[in-house]
Design a protein around this ligand. Structure first.
Ligand code: NAD
Length: 519
């Protein structure tokens, strides 16, 4: 009753901005299918990373607002979980159609808020369609198991049932794709959802939930709150939330995993990464170098699958100078420039961190074969740009070697043999992604078998699985049991009910009670 009162209070007050003196728009909450102005007095500036101009204010949701979001999801759960799977499939078909019609809008907001280049933002929007397409096949994904006549007159079958209210906490670097990947699968399985997006770029999610409402999601099925640490703690602690999906840094992820598990929730946490690519001398040089650079600089190196370190084996080290020349050709610019290859980093702090890590490496003896720290971008002088950078002569103890740099920086190492390369990869505590470039099947097979990393590419620098498959980062890059997406994602979002039934003709029933265990 208390939480319902919160909703009534929220939904009955005027829908005008309380802080009308703000010269900039505010990002709304989304509760019960309504966009609501927050009553908070704490607002976070949302800046365009290319210009650092404030383009929106994001609220630190109040406790009442967060309670209202969970209460709305809780109230929506009984009816939504009992809706037919075909009706949920229909909603997903409509969502697919609506996202298709709104791709340009989605792309634009991703460019403005996250700083991505146009082509990268467009790809992210298209990936959203793939996610929803996968959810459209929910009737076959969701099938249980059955066995007739497991014992005499007895059948056994299982159902996959939703959990209740589930929650997601998402990072800045895929502001549309990652939230959608989490909440679309969870809701199509019959759960309801409370999402806390990144306060750097929540705009794409606000479009997606508007499209969810239009496609027929009932009120309360998906809700959005905003803020930084407080809503995260709130979600981890709330007794009505059954499962938490997190994607982001180690620091936040370790905190969330521990707190959510202590509170008896399911948790799946995708964390940081440091991804190595091994280059064999027999590889196709052109394809390898261009894949390496695309993998390192795509998304300005702010992807958990970004290539961070290239290990050149044997004679392939002679390609490094060519790699540097190719890297110089990448165009750094604001995302709206159609020719931009590398956009800005998400924030001035992110730029400062990347430059600081590079400088600490240089101070300790590393060499910058290409230094993008001092780049000036015409028309975007205040943006958080770092140009393509290549670092060599690093040592395993250097922070620039061990830390996830999360910028357009590629470190190059040289070793003599494939075994040396494998040893380096095995000492990397992360296990998100790795790849080998070779034309030798035996080397590829050896590498695939011996490196302990959850996602391996052979002649593919960024082995990102499509939605049919789970995203299987391992070791330091993942905490939990069941991964995101694919079959494991579906298992994470559902629980199994096993039914054993016996229907026996009356005349054949033995009325004798027995206390021994039936076999
Ligand atoms: P982040 O951890 O700073 O933020 C992620 C979410 O957690 C945000 O919603 C944020 O508000 C919240 N948060 C931040 N600090 C917190 C704290 N101390 N306590 C509780 N919550 C907190 O991550 P980011 O900078 O937005 O994203 C970049 C990171 O995400 C990188 O480390 C990257 O590798 C990782 N990432 C991993 C994957 C993967 O699949 N493994 C995918 C994308 C991003």
């Amino acid at each position: 009753r208390g939480t319902l009162r919160y909703i009534i209070r929220l939904t009955t007050r005027p829908r005008v901005a309380r802080f009308s003196s703000f010269p900039t728009p505010t990002t709304k909450l989304f509760i019960n299918n309504e966009f609501l102005e927050s009553r908070t007095n704490q607002w976070i500036d949302l800046r365009n990373p290319a210009t650092n101009k404030v383009i929106s204010k994001v609220p630190e949701s109040t406790t009442a607002e967060m309670e209202a979001a969970v209460a709305a999801a809780k109230e929506a759960f009984p009816a939504w979980s009992r809706s037919t799977i075909l009706s949920r499939q229909q909603i997903m078909f409509r969502l697919h159609e609506l996202i298709s019609k709104n791709l340009a809008r989605l792309t634009e907001v991703v460019i403005q808020e996250s700083g991505k280049t146009r082509s990268d933002a467009e790809r992210e929007s298209l990936r959203c369609l793939e996610i929803v397409k996968h959810c459209c096949s929910i009737p076959s994904l969701h099938l249980g198991e059955s066995f007739q006549n497991i014992s005499q007159d007895m059948d056994i079958f299982t159902f996959r049932l939703p959990l209740g209210v589930t929650a997601g906490i998402t990072p800045f670097n895929f502001p549309a794709l990652i939230p959608l990947m989490i909440f679309a699968l969870s809701t199509v399985c019959g759960n309801t959802f409370v999402l806390k997006t990144s306060s750097y770029d929540p705009g794409a999610v606000m479009i997606l939930v508007e499209l969810c409402r239009e496609s027929g999601f009932p009120p309360g099925v998906v809700n959005v709150i905003h803020g930084r640490k407080e809503p995260v703690t709130f979600l981890c602690d709330h007794p009505d939330i059954k499962a938490i999906s997190f994607v982001g840094s180690d620091q936040a992820g370790n905190y969330i995993y521990e707190r959510a598990c202590k509170n008896g929730k399911r948790a799946q946490c995708n964390l940081g990464a440091k991804n190595y690519v091994v280059v064999m001398p027999d590889a196709n040089k052109e394809r390898t170098l261009s894949s390496l650079l695309s993998g390192a600089y795509g998304g300005a190196g702010q992807r958990c699958m970004s290539v961070s370190t290239a290990i050149f084996v044997g004679e392939s080290k002679e390609w490094i100078s060519e790699l540097v020349e190719k890297a110089k050709q990448f165009k750094v610019n604001g995302g709206t420039d159609p020719e931009a290859d590398i956009g800005p980093l998400i924030s001035p702090e992110a730029k400062k961190r990347v430059c600081g890590l590079l400088q600490s490496g240089v101070d300790a003896g590393a060499k910058l074969l290409l230094d993008g720290r001092h780049i000036k971008v015409k028309g975007y002088e205040k943006g958080n740009f770092v140009g393509p950078t290549i670092l060599s002569h690093v040592h395993p103890k250097m922070e620039c070697y061990t830390a996830e740099i999360f910028g357009p920086v590629l470190t190059v190492l040289e070793v003599d043999t494939l075994d040396d390369a494998i040893n380096i990869v095995r000492t990397n505590p992360y296990g998100n992604s790795t790849a080998i470039f070779t034309t030798n099947g035996a080397s590829a097979r050896k590498y695939t078998m011996e490196c302990d990393v959850g996602q391996v590419g052979v002649n593919v620098a960024v082995p990102f699985p499509n939605p049919t498959f789970s995203f299987t980062g391992s070791r330091g890059s993942f905490k939990g049991d069941l991964h995101f997406k694919g079959k494991q994602g579906l298992q994470f979002c559902t629980q199994t009910k096993t039914v054993i039934q016996m229907w026996r003709a009356e005349h054949s029933v033995s009325a004798q009670p027995a206390t021994s265990m039936p076999v």
